[in-house]
Design a protein around this ligand. Structure first.
Ligand code: TYD
Ligand code: MG
Length: 470
């Protein structure tokens, strides 16, 4: 029996310290460090000593050029899920699906497993959170009861692996969730960093060895009480996050890491009575609900992963009653908002310092692109001035600290999507030295400076621009 070793582990980031501390040096979180007892060898330990003293085996080194076979994939039957995976589930790969509790991870995976099973694949769904009856009730509600999915309710990893190894290897396995699983080689409680890490390691190893696609569910919480999936991100091949605002019915599945496809790809779903529905044209959905005449709204032509997505950005600028005005942002980076506000003040002479600013990206989408700068600025200016941006106009472009506008990537794809959805006019940065994007029937207004946008909006808005025809 290996000797037990005491260690203190941050439950938020996984950093280890020999001593307890109130604040983690690794991530700066408070009250996240707790004591864990780890075996010095076993599942979580490194390789046994004996093997490290043995002489190494020669490995074959090959040239970069050579035969490369296309990764085989299996469609999950959910197109949006396949897209995020890079074309389907890869046999032998481990996929982490992270997200807030209650966002719809179990629903999504049960639907995917049912479709896979209906297409003839061997699928196993292990629930550590819900009893068999609960999962059956959900399947009934989703109309999936007839799908031949093998269902299990268990939390003991050893038993689960023994079951999976017995008989033919399944094509796809769902473990829901990693926080409920525990391995008896460790003394610490389920959900602690060492248990999560050990469980993920074992499951990933099983996937690699058996050729089954392993989908692991992981909850993320902000208070750090349950080990976040962050500690296992480097072990798995693909990391997907299921996001969305609780109050909204849109859900976005986003690839943040993918060894078998493009990262940052998104899949869009709608949570409905009968489960998750795929949304094939997210732009139509995100801009479909908008109030056409309101001031403080601008439509941003963005790119998410490999596809263009149009989304409405809403701003409200109002006189503040507080000493320190409020800045509230949903769906965008608050540091980026501060920058745009500072540029509007310093370079364009707008006075926003004593105003409350609220910014919201409609539909619960989270935008990471700096290309949204211009649309954000447009929404802010519109709210501040009361002028509305014509509803047939899209904006995109990055703002630099000097107030000048910089071209962004994939301008033509953005314009094409806007045209497809009936937009007539685009405000974008002037592509200096670059070829002008071809715009079909869209009217382009190319600006060099943020000040030009203010001028454009205040001289009758963008509805009657002296635009250069493309
Ligand atoms: P769930 O898949 O259990 O979330 P997670 O596994 O991420 O914790 O989703 C639970 C939520 O989804 C719950 O609030 C109810 C909602 N829901 C629907 O709106 N429609 C449905 O058909 C189902 C099954 C769930
Ligand atoms: Mg669940």
């Amino acid at each position: 029996m290996a000797k037990a070793r005491r260690q203190f582990v941050c439950q938020s980031c996984g950093a280890q310290t020999p001593r307890w501390a109130g604040r983690c040096d690794g991530c700066g979180e408070w009250n996240t460090i707790s004591e864990e007892v780890a075996e010095s060898s076993g599942v979580a330990g490194g390789p046994a000593k004996a093997s490290s003293t043995k002489k190494g085996r020669q490995i074959a080194l090959v040239p970069l050029a050579g035969e490369a076979t296309e990764t085989p994939r299996r469609s999950t039957g959910l197109k949006e899920f396949d897209r995020v995976l890079g074309g389907g589930l890869v046999p032998g790969s481990a996929v982490l699906v992270g997200g807030d509790p209650g966002i719809g991870k179990s629903t999504l995976l049960l639907q995917a497993m049912a479709r896979l099973a209906n297409s003839g694949a061997e699928t196993v769904y292990i629930s550590g959170e819900e009893a068999i009856d609960q999962v059956r009730m959900r399947a009934l509600r989703l109309g999936l009861s007839d799908a031949p999915v093998a269902l299990g309710a268990e939390t003991n990893l050893r038993d689960i692996l023994a079951t999976l190894k017995d008989g033919p290897t399944p094509d796809a396995i769902v473990i829901d969730s990693v926080q409920t699983m525990w391995t008896d080689t460790l003394e610490s409680a389920p959900g602690t960093v060492s248990q999560v890490r050990a469980t993920a390691q074992e499951l990933t190893r099983f996937a690699k060895r058996s050729g089954a696609a392993m989908i692991i569910v992981g909850h993320i919480t902000k208070d750090g009480q349950i080990a976040g999936p962050k500690v296992m991100e480097h072990m798995v091949d693909t990391v997907l996050y299921f996001e969305g605002e609780r109050g909204h019915h849109f859900r976005i599945l986003r690839a943040v890491k993918n060894r078998f496809g493009p990262a940052n790809e998104i899949g869009v779903f709608e949570m409905a009575e009968g489960g998750l529905l795929e949304v094939e044209n997210p732009s139509a959905l995100f801009i479909g609900e908008r109030d056409r005449e309101a001031s403080g709204a601008a439509v941003f032509a963005g790119i998410e992963g490999t596809r263009p997505v149009l989304v409405e950005i809403q701003a409200l600028v109002a006189q503040s009653a507080l000493g320190t005005p409020r800045r509230a942002v949903i769906g965008w980076d608050s540091g980026r908002l501060s920058m745009v506000l500072a540029v509007l003040e310093a370079r364009c002479g707008l006075s926003i310092g004593n105003q409350d600013v609220y910014l919201n990206v409609a539909g619960g989408l989270r935008i990471g692109e700096p290309a949204a700068d211009l649309a954000v600025a447009g929404a802010l200016i519109s709210s501040l001035s009361g002028l509305s941006i014509p509803p047939d106009t899209v904006l995109f472009g990055e703002i630099s600290l000097s107030g000048s506008l910089r071209p962004v990537s994939q301008m033509e794809a953005r314009l094409k999507e806007a045209e497809k959805l009936g937009f007539k006019h685009a405000i974008l940065p002037k592509a200096a030295g670059r070829q002008k994007p071809s715009a079909g029937k869209m009217k382009l207004t190319e600006l060099e400076d943020l000040g030009d946008l203010i001028a454009k909006l205040s001289t009758g808005g963008a509805s009657a621009p002296q635009a250069r025809e493309a």
